[in-house]
Write a protein that binds this ligand. Structure first.
Ligand code: ATP
Ligand code: MG
Length: 391
């Protein structure tokens, strides 16, 4: 048996000029996320219709609920256009719905069918009243029963399932997400994907000071957010030599400031090499010493690329709420040490100055170290959450 799904587009319907590009990209994204299923897609400017095997339907709906650009998903039931079949299906549908009140809304596109839409509403309404305990409410019903009578048969559906909205991933091109093993950066990545920015990830590792588990945790996090994209790659930067050089040369209080300037410099170069337009990270104003506005000014000064911080103005609790919703939280709180925590000074500077930052980092040849790190970036291209066994 085949099943039909109707897709309602998200915010893209308001972007008139770009609508075709949006719909085409959304179609490609849907095809790629459903590549293991046999489906057929038809689309117009307001709706998309996906035909699939009935047995795949619930898995497909779950996947579609992670596709940005979809506002609503409707499971349609296809029957032959005859009253008996329509009535049987309607009864089956309303029995699966919670609520006390209903309304029937008929659209008759196939004018060969002799009963008008209004008459059909009344006829089916009467049938439901007689066979269930439901009552009619035409203004604010709990259950809306839609009947669409078309040439290919009759399509029935009740309430729609929510999509996650946003813009189709990739409509904005790509950003480079600085992905650590913490709570904030996966959330920052998710929020960027929601605005249509596809991602590559950048992770700084410092073996042997950081463990293989810490690296696997980052891969796991990337694979979770990859469910919203399908394209995400992870670039791993060997950061040990740079961190050791900082540790040996820079006064304690400036270690984090200088380390983050190095991270931004590397991120900028990777952006250029990998066609990423912006840097994205999980910094949140005031969260730690390196995220005061003064620190941000000094750290940000090493790059001209826009640095987008989607969680900059959120409370930690708000960030945690999103991370639980997107299922990264449990992985993020695993206790493996990150390169930011291993060399953490007791008293990091809260109000760094540009002059001091520049003078300290000139105490060693950081350009050569950065060059070497970039030449040795490892890129992971295959991330699949369902198959991953990272942890
Ligand atoms: P937490 O959720 O514990 O705050 P975090 O990931 O936010 O963890 P921070 O020390 O606050 O860690 O770092 C701020 C941001 O810098 C991160 O959100 C991330 O974008 C980036 N970052 C930090 N460490 C790394 C790293 N090892 N590799 C890549 N990006 C990093
Ligand atoms: Mg943080």
């Amino acid at each position: 048996m085949k099943q039909l799904l109707m897709i309602k587009y998200g915010e893209l319907t308001t972007k008139k000029a770009n609508r075709n590009a949006f719909i085409n990209l959304l179609t490609n994204n849907i095809k790629s996320i459903l590549k293991e299923y046999t489906i057929a897609i038809k689309k117009d400017r307001v709706r998309m219709y996906i035909t699939c095997e009935e047995s795949d339907c619930s898995n497909i709906v779950t996947k579609l609920q992670k596709v940005f650009g979809i506002h609503g998903i409707v499971i349609c039931h296809h029957v032959n256009t005859n009253i008996e079949e329509i009535e049987t299906k309607i009864l089956e549908l309303v029995q699966h719905q919670l609520g006390q009140t209903f309304k029937v809304e008929t659209k008759r596109a196939d004018k060969r069918f002799p009963i008008s839409s209004m008459e059909m509403n009344a006829k089916m309404g009467g049938f439901i009243l007689k066979n269930t305990n439901l009552k009619v409410d035409v203004h604010d019903p709990d259950i809306r029963i839609h009947i669409e009578i078309r040439n290919e048969g009759t399509f029935l559906y009740t309430n729609e399932l929510e999509g996650i909205g946003g813009y189709p991933v990739g409509i904005q091109g790509k950003g480079l997400l600085m992905l650590s093993g913490g709570i904030d950066s996966p959330v920052a990545g998710y929020l960027s994907l929601k605005r249509g920015v596809d991602l590559e990830c950048l992770y700084f590792e410092s073996p042997p000071h950081t463990s293989i588990e810490a690296k696997n945790k980052v891969k796991k996090l990337a694979s979770i957010i990859n469910q919203y994209s399908g394209n995400i790659k992870v670039n791993i930067v060997p950061f040990t030599k740079i961190q050791e050089a900082i540790y040996q040369n820079v006064p304690d209080s400036y270690i984090i400031t200088i380390m983050r300037r190095m991270m931004y410099r590397i991120a900028e170069q990777v952006c250029h090499q990998h066609n990423c337009k912006i840097i994205i990270n999980g910094e949140s104003i005031g969260q730690v010493a390196s995220q005061t506005l003064d620190s941000m000014v000094v750290i940000n000064a090493v790059t001209n690329l826009p640095v987008i911080r989607p969680v900059a103005c959120m409370d930690k609790l708000e960030i945690i709420e999103i991370s639980k919703k997107i299922d990264t939280y449990e992985t993020s709180i695993l206790p493996y040490e990150d390169c930011c925590t291993i060399f953490l000074p007791k008293h990091p500077v809260i109000y760094p100055t540009m002059e001091k930052a520049i003078s300290y980092e000139n105490l060693f040849n950081f350009q050569a170290l950065i060059q070497e790190a970039i030449e040795n970036v490892e890129t992971i291209t295959q991330l699949d959450e369902t198959k991953s066994n990272y942890l």
